[in-house]
Design a protein around this ligand. Structure first.
Ligand code: PHE
Length: 338
């Protein structure tokens, strides 16, 4: 027998044995496989071994070596199959022993929007239905947009360094500050557009107040501005009533109290009657003719109203939050409630 034929027979035997041992699923089929391949009398390994005597003398050594390798390989396959079947019958799940269907599953917590973000989205939606589009402006402002163009004179107490976050350094020509009100966006929009204008601005404003249940050095305002022909105070009141009825409830009433802002004339404080109480939510008024002139509009042609409401106040009333600081402490146990 040529050595080639002998080695070929060994290879085929090795493959067949491996396949058969791997397919065995219990003691009986494993024992049958053992007898088939390793049986002392008529096992297939024995049968192949008989061919070794017919391999020519000079090749005998190599053929014998390969025979021993294949024998070890088949015995290993038998041992592996034995262990596998024993593990399978030890009482654990036949598939993955780490899988226990009685364990509680993972709780997946849904993330949610911050109450202020939720409120802002709803305010944008309500005002959008009233025809107001959303505008934006920078939080770092110059004095022109935060004060001058809003008719706030240079000696006005609202400019006091104790009332504002002025920013040092940078461009030395222009004094900058964190905006103290969103009324800055009124100016930015009117500088770039002609009436009719109907916009809101929603964003952060900054004032150096000590934090307490109703104050925080950063908060949000919703600014509204409408400029057109024949705009009156009645339009302002009706717009705020419609807004309050959408956001807080259909029975909410609106009250104006006389007030003063340099950029509106007349000016009012805006109260909503809600849950048996009058609560103040912001300021409003008819756009001062000086402001219209500052942006190049003719006060004899167009008039307008403006309002600024506290977003935190609206949000806190709506969700029953009593301390503004809770909104910014980022305690997830608090925020998860909304
Ligand atoms: N900007 C004012 C404030 O921050 C509110 C306001 C806005 C008043 C628009 C009148 C008109 O208090």
């Amino acid at each position: 027998m040529a050595i080639e034929a002998f080695l070929e027979a060994l290879d085929q035997l090795a493959q067949a044995a491996q396949r058969t041992f791997e397919a065995a699923t219990d003691d009986e089929s494993l024992e049958a496989a053992r007898i088939e391949f390793l049986g002392a009398k008529n096992g297939r390994l024995k049968t192949v071994q008989k061919g070794l005597g017919a391999v020519p003398g000079p090749d005998k050594r190599a053929a014998g070596q390969r025979f021993n390798e294949v024998r070890d390989l088949i015995q290993n396959a038998l041992q592996n199959a034995k262990e596998r079947i024993q593990a399978g019958s030890s009482g654990e799940s036949a598939s993955d022993p780490r899988f226990d269907p009685t364990l509680p599953g993972w709780t997946r917590r849904m993330g949610r929007q911050h109450p202020i973000a939720q409120s802002i989205a709803e305010l944008v939606d309500i005002m959008g239905r009233l025809g107001f589009s959303l505008e934006d402006g920078p939080e770092i402002e110059d004095e022109r947009h935060n004060f001058d163009a809003l008719n706030i004179p240079s000696d006005h107490p609202a400019r006091d360094p104790l009332e504002n976050f002025y920013i040092s350094g940078g461009d030395s020509q222009v004094l900058r500050l964190l905006r103290s009100q969103t009324s800055t966006v009124q100016i930015r929009v009117m500088e770039n557009r002609k009436p009719p204008i109907r916009i809101i601005a929603l964003g952060r404003v900054y004032r150096p107040d000590t934090a307490d249940p109703t104050h925080y050095p950063m908060f949000h305002q919703m600014e509204g501005l409408l400029v057109d022909r024949h705009v009156t105070m009645a339009d302002l009141k009706e717009t705020l009533r419609l807004f309050a009825n959408c956001y807080l409830g259909t029975d909410v009433q609106v009250r104006f109290r006389p007030s003063f802002f340099p950029f509106t004339e007349p000016s009012v404080e805006v109260d909503f009657f809600w849950n048996d109480r009058w609560l103040e939510f912001g300021g409003a008024g008819m756009v001062d003719p000086n402001v219209l002139r500052a942006v190049g509009f003719d006060p004899d042609e167009v008039t307008g109203f403006a309002f600024g409401l506290g977003v935190e106040r609206l949000c806190m009333r709506r969700f029953g939050i009593t301390d503004i600081r809770d909104l910014y402490t980022n305690d997830v146990r608090f925020l998860r409630q909304f």
